[in-house]
Write a protein that binds this ligand. Structure first.
Ligand SMILES: Cc1cc2nc3c(=O)[nH]c(=O)nc-3n(C[C@H](O)[C@H](O)[C@H](O)COP(=O)(O)OP(=O)(O)OC[C@H]3O[C@@H](n4cnc5c(N)ncnc54)[C@H](O)[C@@H]3O)c2cc1C
Length: 337
């Protein structure tokens, strides 16, 4: 039976998959990637499908879904195969007495997805704890171990892996810490919940719970019964601008290497699109999350066309109100807006 992307992505939209292969281990993934390289069929690598929107036409080629589950803890180094579910890894390393990734609790997707967009939340980004990445180079057919410097992090949510199908992440090694204390807690609401100063530390398990509480309140923990979580998380990037237009001066921002990073959620909300906006717009299949204006959500029965029409509506509203262009954070495949 033909599977669709709607069945394998968290936004639950997208058409049929030409040929689906599931990589059960790293050697199996390498075999599948080499086989795919021997044909002219286009290849798409899929992890947890939590940052991906594919067109209603689907993908007329091979999809390799990374489901490799091996991982190893060696002192403070943790190596996990690309297919390991990210939050399963977080739970496991915390239970093993390690810390460093507690602020990244509750993020959907796979280990392989973490360097792709340098996954981050609540003051921690993947590159803070990244030791190395094992990649398969589809051009040379070689397996290589890369240091973080080669991954092209630096710009918000970017890496050399994003928007390139040359390199496939096979496994990731993280350098964590022992000692019973979390990384410094820099997110004010999490610090407050823990009763500590911003920059202080706490029991990593308590930090995880505080982060999960924050995430649930924003509809950012997957729950099949909760349409606010039928999303890709933040649909748009926080825009980084060399010069902030006059009309956007009020928007909260942070200094960034390339200028100022503005808060996309604020821009959306102040352009007139509040939480839940859109339920009476279009055909009712999409709306903003009722808890977070940066999440575009599928209310049931949405197509990719519905989601992108709505995304264009929000983008255009922000552009005409603030003169700021929003661009998608998620990967759009065989579709655009
Ligand atoms: C409710 C919700 C909350 C979220 N919260 C956050 C958050 O707090 N912070 C954050 O950063 N993100 C967040 N996200 C986005 C998403 O969870 C992350 O980007 C995640 O890392 C995507 O991983 P994935 O395995 O699901 O990737 P997929 O969606 O399967 O793929 C995304 C892209 O990565 C590529 N890819 C996947 N695996 C590999 C691999 N092994 N090698 C090479 N390329 C690969 C795919 O080809 C595709 O281009 C959230 C998403 C949702 C739905």
């Amino acid at each position: 039976m033909t599977m669709t992307f709607a069945e394998l992505t968290t936004m639950r939209v997208g058409g049929p998959i030409g040929r689906l292969e599931v990589a059960r281990s790293t050697p199996h993934a390498i075999d599948l990637l080499r086989d795919a390289g021997d044909t002219d069929e286009p290849l798409l690598v899929l992890g947890g499908g939590s940052n991906l929107v594919v067109g209603d036409v689907g993908w007329d080629g091979t999809v390799v879904r990374m489901a490799s589950g091996e991982f190893d803890i060696d002192g403070e180094l943790v190596t996990a195969a690309a297919g390991v579910e990210w939050d399963h890894l977080v739970r496991t390393v915390l239970a093993a007495g390690l810390s460093g990734v507690e602020a990244l609790s509750g993020i959907p997707g796979s280990v392989g997805g973490t360097p792709v967009q340098n996954v981050g939340a609540y003051g921690t980004v993947t590159s803070d704890v990244l030791e190395s990445v094992t990649v398969f180079d589809r051009t040379t057919d070689e397996v290589e171990v890369w240091s973080p410097e080669r991954c092209g992090f630096g710009t918000h949510r970017m890496s050399v892996f994003k928007h390139s199908d040359r390199w496939v992440v096979l496994d990731v090694t993280y350098r964590l810490r022992r000692g019973g204390q979390s990384a410094p807690v820099t997110f004010p609401a999490v610090a407050k919940r823990l009763g500590i100063e911003v920059g202080g530390t706490a029991d990593p398990a308590d930090v995880r719970e505080a982060v999960l509480e924050q995430r649930r309140a924003r509809g950012m923990v997957l729950d099949a019964a909760d349409h606010d979580t039928w999303s890709v998380g933040s649909f748009f990037l926080n825009p980084v601008l060399a010069e902030v237009p006059d009309r956007a001066r009020e928007c909260p921002g942070q200094p960034d290497a390339k200028g100022t990073k503005l808060h996309a959620a604020w821009l959306i909300q102040h352009a007139g699109f509040g939480p839940g906006y859109g339920s009476d717009w279009g055909n009712g299949t999409v709306s903003l999350s009722t808890r977070h204006t940066l999440a575009l959500t599928n209310r049931g029965g949405a197509t990719t066309a519905d989601v992108l029409k709505f995304a264009a509506h929000i983008r255009d509203g922000v552009q005409s109100t603030f003169d700021v262009d929003l661009t998608p954070e998620c990967h759009l495949v065989n579709c655009s807006f």
